[in-house]
Each structure stands twice: as C-alpha cells, then as structure tokens.
Write a protein that binds this ligand. Structure first.
Ligand SMILES: Cc1cc2nc3c(=O)[nH]c(=O)nc-3n(C[C@H](O)[C@H](O)[C@H](O)COP(=O)(O)OP(=O)(O)OC[C@H]3O[C@@H](n4cnc5c(N)ncnc54)[C@H](O)[C@@H]3O)c2cc1C
Length: 287
C-alpha cells in the first residue's frame, strides 16, 4: 500500500520550504474540499497541513485601513469577527451560507480560493470588494488582484511552489454599500445556481462607484464590468435597473448543467442585480 507523508509546518517559513521541496504534495487546510475529492484521486505522495498555522490565521486591520484575512481563517472566524461584520457584511453573509456549522468551523477562505470553483461562495465577494491576494514561495512574495487570480475553470495563477498567505481588502470608501445574494435549490446547504455580490456608493443621487461579482454564471467567478459601466452616473431606480438588466444580458453567457439552465441563471442574475441597483436609492441599503 502506498504511504502518504504528512507534514505539519510550525511556521510560514517551514510551510514554504516544504512546498518548495515537495511541489507534488497536496496542500491541506480544512480538508472540506480535499477530503471529499480524495476518493476519486490517486493517493497523494504527501500532504502539507496548514490548518491552524498561526501566521495564516486571523483577521487584522492595518494602519492604512486595509483588512488582512489569513488564508487559513475559517468561515466561523469571519462570521464571529466584529471587524468583518462592520466592514465586510457581504463576506459575513456569504460565509453564513457556506455549508452548515461544521463546514464553517473547518472550511477556510484560502481553501475556497485554492479550489477556485465557479460556485465558491466567497469568491464573488472578493471581486466586489476589490480584494488582493498575497502569495508567497520560498523565493518571493507577490500581491495579485483577486480579479486576475482565476485563469479558467478551477485554474489559477498560483505556482507549484506557492501558497496563498493573506487576503487583503482595501479600506471601504465612505458610504459604500455591500450586498450578497445566493440562489440555490433550497435555503441552506445548497450548491449555488447563481450568486451575486456587489458594492456601490452614490454621490449627489447618482451611482458613483459600483463593483458586481457573479458566481455560477461562467467557468470562473467574474466581474460584470460592462454592467457596472452601464449604470455609473445614473440615478438608482427603474432606469438604472433596466440598464443593468440589458447590459448583463449582453455580458454573461451562463450554461445549462445539472444544477440549472442558462435561461434561469441569466434571468435570476438580472433580477438580483436590478434589485440591488434599485435599492441603492434607499438610505439604509445594505446586505
Ligand atoms: C458538506 C459541504 C458543504 C459545502 N458547502 C459549500 C458552500 O455552500 N459554498 C462553498 O463555496 N463551498 C462549500 N463547500 C466546499 C468547501 O467547504 C469550501 O470550498 C472551503 O472553503 C474549502 O476550504 P478548506 O480549508 O476546507 O480547503 P481544503 O479542502 O483544505 O483545500 C481546498 C483547496 O485549496 C488548496 N489550498 C488550501 N489552502 C491553501 C493555501 N493557503 N495556499 C494554497 N492552496 C491552498 C488545497 O490544496 C486544495 O486544492 C462545502 C463542502 C462540503 C463538504
């Protein structure tokens, strides 16, 4: 029987050295994706276990207002963080809908990013809040906008010797509202048919800034850049929501699969984005 070597690094340096020495080993964090897939994969040569590794855990605010979330931070930690509840309500709302309590206690944001599924629920939020990822290898550190990280269906630009270290979220501009909506076959424990995360701000009664992240409507999580451009400068309300619907129909081409149809996904994405754009006119519009 093939044996799997197990490495549990005690520091980030040890983790990066292990990754450099064993690029063929599986990186394990909460294991809620890795272990589900294990039965269908060849036995791995080894595992590098990052779950609970101090430098990758926790949520901090830097002096410039940036929020840094360690890659091994669990959804439970995000949900229980006052800072996230205040500044990242869309991420908290998404985290609350990921699996149930057991998965939220074990699953991590870095694992969601590492799997890079088009139905990863935290991923549209990372697009809406303009998150960046800090990646590290034993040789270098680099920061990449999350919007560039996914390069195709479950493909990312992570090199074989790299780890995801931190998710950085820039300071929220005053008045920026956040929004999150997941549509699945049932209210809880469901795999998404469509997800929409958005962040926007109005100035002088017009939409001044908007970012819309979508999940489950393409081979990867996507930003709806054309739809954003179509509504900037408009007053929130019926005209803006109609413009958003039309732009979205041109911009996305969802597919039919076992979970839903292309037609349903487009219609639902349009309805949710239109709802958000209309709600921007309300004083307390939030998630
Ligand atoms: C019952 C159940 C329900 C679920 N429900 C949802 C849901 O509603 N929504 C949703 O989005 N997901 C859901 N998932 C999927 C899963 O829980 C999430 O994707 C979770 O975030 C994975 O995190 P993890 O720490 O368990 O990752 P792991 O399984 O440990 O790793 C996942 C991938 O990321 C890589 N990885 C992990 N950390 C790093 C790192 N620091 N650097 C580089 N690569 C890394 C691993 O190598 C692996 O490829 C569910 C899973 C189960 C079993």
């Amino acid at each position: 029987m093939t044996e799997t070597e197990y490495i549990r690094p005690q520091s980030l340096e040890q983790a990066l050295s292990a990754r450099a020495e064993h690029p063929d080993f599986t990186v394990l964090c909460g294991g809620t994706d890795v272990l589900v897939a294990a039965n269908k994969q060849p036995v791995p040569a080894g595992m590098i276990d990052l779950f609970g590794l101090g430098p990758l855990c926790g949520i901090d605010r830097h002096s410039d207002g940036t929020i840094a979330i360690g890659a091994a931070t669990t959804y439970a930690d995000i949900i229980n963080s006052d800072l996230c509840r205040r500044e990242l309500p869309a991420l908290v709302a998404a985290s609350r809908e990921i699996g149930a309590l057991q998965i939220q206690a074990r699953g991590t944001i870095g694992g969601n990013i590492g799997t890079s599924s088009p139905v990863g629920d935290s991923l549209p939020v990372l697009l809406a809040v303009a998150a960046e990822l800090e990646l590290a290898s034993h040789k270098r550190r680099r920061t990449v906008p999350y919007s560039e990280f996914c390069t195709g269906y479950r493909q990312t630009l992570l090199d074989a010797d790299e780890l995801i270290v931190t998710v950085r979220i820039p300071p929220r501009s005053p008045g920026l509202m956040q929004f999150w909506r997941k549509v699945g076959p049932r209210r809880a424990q469901s795999i998404s048919k469509v997800m929409v995360a958005a962040a926007a701000r109005t100035e002088g009664g017009r939409i001044a800034e908007i970012r819309i992240g979508l999940g489950a409507v393409a081979d990867r999580p996507i930003r709806a850049y054309q739809t954003e451009a179509a509504v900037v400068g408009l007053a929130p309300g019926h005209l803006a929501s109609s413009a958003a619907r039309a732009a979205l129909a041109d911009e996305i081409t969802p597919i039919d699969d076992i979970r839903s149809t292309a037609r349903y996904r487009l219609r639902v994405a349009q309805n949710i984005v239109a709802h958000f754009v209309e709600r921007l006119s309300l004083p307390a519009a939030r998630v």
